[in-house]
Design a protein around this ligand. Sequence first.
Ligand code: UN1
Length: 512
Amino acid sequence: MSRQIVSIVGGKDAEAVSTYDSVNPARTGEVVAKVGLADADTFAAACRTAKEAQREWAKVPAPVRGRVIASIGRLVEANAERLAALVTEEIGKPYGEALGEVREIVDTCDFFLGEGRRLYGQTVPSEMPDKNLFTFRTPVGVAAVITAGNFPVAVPSWYLVPALLCGNAVVWKPAEYAAASAHAMYQLFVAAGLPDGVLNIVFADGAETFRGLELALGAGSVQKVGFTGSSEVGRKVGELAGRHLQSACLELGGKNPMVIMPDADLDLAVEGALFSGFGTAGQRCTSLGTVIVHESVHDAFVERFARAVESARIGDPRAEVLAGPLLDRKFADRYEEYLTWIEPHHRVVTGATGRITKDSPRGGFDGGEGLYYHPVVVDGVRPGDRLFMEETFGPIVGVASFATMDEAIELANLPGYGLSSSIYTTDARHAFRFREGVSAGMVSVNNSTSGAEAHLPFGGNGKSGNGSRQSGMWVLDQFTRWQAMNWDHSGRLQKAQMDVAEIVPDLDFRLA
Ligand code: UN1
């Protein structure tokens, strides 16, 4: 039986203007939830409600807010299997990975519950006597957070947990196709004791959300925008925030390179490429885009990689599989378009491409009613090809080759993204030269491009973002602003730069 869900603003159900069916992508006949979508006015109203609630929430001492975060972590842990099963049902993420995703929320809570007792400011020496200087982290206000559905609960937690801990209120707009998972996570968060209005969830389509955000920014009821999604939409969100003198926290696409040096352990590299490229059906922003492999090991790598892909298990995400279906019809359609970018000079080394059906099965698996696709490795991609230059969200990986390290770095940076990257090598000099040269915000050595740990800075450069970083202590700069305070207790007006004692040096002094 499918659930009926609607937006919740100030603790109350909000009005819906249309209904969206969130469908199980592994069995498209099954509706997971009927989602009431709200309009722009409801989004803007949610931001006003959040603004009201934020004033009181900011007064709750940070260590007490940290206790709430601790409770969220406990509640998520206690409900991990149910939440993970729902994620699997709604977006087709293999259950093992879904459990890992839920774990990432708990890890994020574990990190930030302690931050409630830190959230350090500084005491700073003054240039004058009887004067003290301080810095404080103050909450920004209301954060409007718009998230994608490929990580329907973990990535939102990267915003929600630190934003709430820092004393902000949040209006969260999750992806429609992952609405049931988001709704479940919302319930766990409020069960931890968040006062009404501190966290609000609004389901709405892209256009209404954008209009609602515009209204809210215009009314001064949003002070931070967080967005995870495509570079194209991220650009528009960033522009809108910029017009209101705000810098958004943007986590966008990637064309993540993996460089394979001649000294690499090839089997390890194949294993890494397989998971990076086809785990989560290639639908992570950190998924592998292009393998850039040294010409001396190119043929051996491609041959082993193709074999590994052929024997990987794709199927029902409740079973032990490398990948399940694509997230949603919209992603399947877009992925089919990427397949048309395969050109005559390319060589598909993995057999069939396109949807897995009765007419195009994968071994004994015909895909049933699911949005399952054949994993594809395309050899011979090169600069200028769309397959080389643009993100292709889904199970397709390109292979290019190089002769020198400089060339490898140039190829890695050429598409102009800069999220994640990886190098396989047994030589420390190669690893550090790559780190220095690559434009990515994240670099793996002998590891997958995906699978960042929850307490390292996560974020990208170029088309992958505007330099904002999530996770760990680095995200605190997104959800707080520094306030500087000076306190003069001398009983006089001491003027900075002017009433400062001077100690005169003998600058002509030289050693004999
Ligand atoms: C995303 O796809 O938006 O590092 C984030 C990773 C995951 C997060 C991916 N922990 O691959």
